[in-house]
Design a protein around this ligand. Structure first.
Ligand code: ZN
Length: 282
């Protein structure tokens, strides 16, 4: 399988899907999101594959959405151009962010995210779509978008992953959580030495592959259904609408215009770290 931004490899019962844009910390642009989708489809269709590992090449799992094109500094593809209207923005985020993520969440076969380095914002959203997460000791989790006016990212995973009170702290402060803290909070299954990440993940995948596929799939589905009874997807849908309302506020539009006037992403992040974005004061 030949994909530009994702490596796809099947070894025995395990397919490994590796985001391969290490030069930008596996920032997710349209090509990467499309390639991930194609790789998951291939793993779904291949009966020899029983477990899927989702990984990131290089030092970081994923820094989130590729913001460059979104703030007018990178090459805009058709999806990015669609964002010029609220209708188009919603369509882009529904199809490319929300639906693609939920598809991974509902992926038939068990999935394991192998996370090292930065796992930020939409990177965290993506990791949390997997059934299990193995974290390297150097993994860092953060969703620092509120100070940039973002109402989180498109799927609000935090309350489900961290508990209600910690989720509020995590989002409102933008503070980082390290691997040990993520494990303590139950967000990750295991923390392993950074150099051992893929080996430890593979060990877990091989163990899961011993379960007959239909059994693994039905148990995954019924555990997810438990979350459905608590309203997980309804909560996600509500958040998605709220997220879009926020995108279209004067506060968010003003901040976006400000970001577009900055010459580099470094300046954009410096504004964020100062808490220095224009608001309407409400
Ligand atoms: Zn959004």
């Amino acid at each position: 399988m030949d994909l530009a931004t994702v490596l796809y490899e099947v070894d025995g019962p395990v397919a490994t899907i590796t985001m391969n844009r290490p030069e930008v910390a596996n920032a997710q642009d349209t090509a990467l999101i499309d390639d991930l989708d194609a790789a998951f489809d291939a793993a779904d269709a291949d009966d020899s594959v029983r477990v899927v590992v989702l990984a990131g090449a290089g030092r970081h799992f994923s820094s989130g959405h590729d913001l460059k094109a979104l703030v007018g500094q990178g090459e805009a593809d058709e999806w990015v151009r669609l964002r010029e209207t609220p209708e188009g923005k919603r369509r882009h985020e529904q199809v490319m962010y929300f639906d693609r993520c939920v598809k991974i969440y509902h992926f038939r076969k068990p999935t394991i995210a192998a996370v090292q380095g930065s796992c930020i914002a939409a990177g965290l959203m993506l990791a949390c779509m997997c059934d299990l997460i193995v974290a390297a000791e150097d993994a860092v989790f953060q969703n620092p978008v509120l100070r940039m006016t973002g109402a989180g990212v498109e799927l609000l995973v935090e309350p489900w992953e961290l508990g209600i009170r910690k989720a509020k702290e995590f989002l409102l402060t933008g503070d980082r959580i390290d691997a040990a803290e993520a494990w303590r909070l139950g967000m990750v299954n295991r923390v392993v030495p950074t150099g051992n990440l893929m080996e430890a993940t593979r060990e877990m995948a091989d163990k899961i592959a011993l379960v007959p596929p239909v059994t693994a799939q039905v148990v995954k589905d019924t555990i997810n259904h438990t979350f459905e009874l608590m309203g997980k997807e309804q909560a996600w849908k509500y958040h998605f609408i709220a997220h879009h309302w926020m995108h279209n506020t004067a506060t968010a539009q003003g901040a976006l215009a400000e970001r577009q006037s900055r010459s580099s992403m470094k300046d954009v992040f410096a504004d964020r770290d100062r808490g220095d974005v224009p608001t309407t004061g409400h």
